[in-house]
Design a binder for this molecule. Structure first.
Ligand SMILES: C[S@@+](CC[C@H](N)C(=O)[O-])C[C@H]1O[C@@H](n2cnc3c(N)ncnc32)[C@H](O)[C@@H]1O
Length: 437
């Protein structure tokens, strides 16, 4: 398998992921740390779809996905099964396979590592991800696809790429020629190579995989996150960092569009994505472009929409260093970038607490692994607000929190950390659920 032992280069101080900034002690043992880094580099063995019950039913979606799997992978090779953990979720399990025997005498395509990671999760190859295509490659040619793990392949490469750090990831069929990809004044988009098989054995899934809005491809921890929020009909629910709206859509589905759902995001471009999601999944939500750290000071602009201390549930799916993505071949993030998120997460958290009513629920989540952005925020929150109580959600499927903060074992068992060796083999994710006393 092509995966490295860590997505970070040798100069990156990985200890900052496992300890707080001012602490000299790293309490997670080296084996556990190395295991986590290695796990990040591998592909999840589970692909999950959350069924949009606002638009269709679970049986319809299961049959549609099974039909697609039979068409793509061969009859009865892969199964679309209902998750035993969460309602309205279809899962496809896939064990990585050694496709080396399927490497044919065909031309090769080189893609960047971000594109390669998406391909291993079921994407086709979009034009911007291609770095190299051998001269003479024709439309509809079968090709071998390699990831440029070294990051050294020049855009437009036309020969065999003789770099030891290229890794085979699968086979596909060409949909765009070199001219269409690299011709002058061209900025191509769309599918350039349609994948036929990949070493993660995840089925290649294009836009036509399911009718629009029937189901959402979503990692299981992200689904469990909204299950932990437990939204109820008739409630006022705020999603503070909502775009592109995957969790907003889930809240709407669980409440059958029967709640006052307010979805904020800071960035105009992302608000457009959020609106698209609402349209596609038939969600009723009030979408507002707003820096959520400033909601309290701008409260007068939300008269009749929001009142301090009156919100039943707040979801804070915080901006974070996003180090939980899988698989990762190479990650160029820096210590400074990782540490920049904690102050923002604290400010957003403060907004969440002030909006929440007594007995209200707050879910804090991230798609990253660092101790500071996860257990560190929970420990800080419990120190800062006496009114907050850490809760263990009814359906809790993640592992315990890491040591290294002031959180006791009891508290560490109330949060959900998704990492290696767990029943859910998905992306790295963290969930903490609070009640306001
Ligand atoms: C992890 S993503 C949210 C994903 C989303 N909850 C979903 O499931 O589709 C974090 C989001 O926070 C937004 N964001 C960052 N800073 C923000 C701020 N100060 N106020 C509001 N949104 C912010 C980003 O634009 C980004 O869309």
């Amino acid at each position: 398998m092509p995966f490295p032992d860590s997505p970070f280069d040798d100069f990156f101080n990985t200890r900052i992921l496992f300890q707080l900034k001012d602490s000299s002690e790293c309490l997670i043992d080296d084996n556990a740390a190395n295991e986590t880094l290695k796990w990040l580099c591998t592909s999840p063995k589970l692909t999950t779809f959350r069924i949009n019950t606002l638009k269709t039913s679970k049986d319809v979606v299961q049959q549609l996905i099974q039909d697609q799997l039979d068409k793509i992978m061969g009859f009865n090779i892969a199964k679309a099964e209902f998750s035993i953990l969460v309602d309205n979720v279809i899962e496809i399990k896939h064990v990585p396979s050694d496709l080396s025997s399927s490497i044919q005498e065909s031309k090769e395509i080189i893609v960047d590592v971000e594109c390669a990671a998406a391909v291993l999760r079921g994407a086709h190859i979009y034009a911007p991800g291609i770095l190299g295509m051998q001269s003479g490659t024709q439309l509809n040619d079968q090709v071998k696809v390699y990831a440029d793990v070294s990051g050294k392949c020049k855009k437009g490469w036309s020969k065999l790429y003789l770099n030891k750090e290229k890794e085979f990831i699968g086979n596909g069929v060409v949909q765009m020629t070199r001219n269409m990809l690299f011709g002058e004044n061209i900025c191509p988009n769309g599918i350039a190579v349609e994948m036929k098989n990949v070493i993660s054995n995840c089925p290649p899934m294009g836009n036509e995989f399911l009718p629009s809005g029937y189901a959402m491809l979503q990692n299981l921890p992200s689904i469990i996150c909204v299950e932990s929020l437990d939204p109820q009909k008739g409630e006022t629910i705020v999603d503070l960092c909502a775009a592109p709206g995957n969790k907003t859509a889930h809240i709407a589905a669980l409440t059958e569009n029967n709640c006052k759902l307010i979805a904020f995001d800071k960035t105009p471009k992302k608000i457009a994505l959020l609106n698209d999601t609402c349209l596609k999944y038939e969600i009723k939500a009030l979408v507002l472009q707003q820096d959520s750290t400033k909601i309290i000071q701008n409260l007068s602009s939300f008269t009749n929409i929001l009142t301090l201390g009156q919100v039943d549930r707040v979801l804070l799916d915080a901006p974070c260093s996003a180090l939980g993505k899988r698989p990762q071949f190479r990650n160029k993030t820096t210590e400074k970038v990782i540490q920049s998120y904690v102050p923002l997460q604290r400010k957003l958290f403060e907004t969440a607490v002030l909006l929440l009513k007594s007995e209200g629920t707050l879910v804090y989540s991230t798609c990253t692994i660092s101790l500071a952005e996860n257990e560190g925020i929970v420990a800080w929150a419990l120190r800062t607000w006496d009114c907050l109580e850490l809760m263990k959600p009814r359906n809790s499927f993640g592992g315990p929190g890491w040591v290294g903060t002031s959180l006791s074992e009891t508290y560490r068992n109330k949060v959900q950390r998704f990492g290696p060796k767990q029943i859910v083999d998905s992306a790295g994710f963290f969930i903490a659920c609070f009640r306001k006393k």
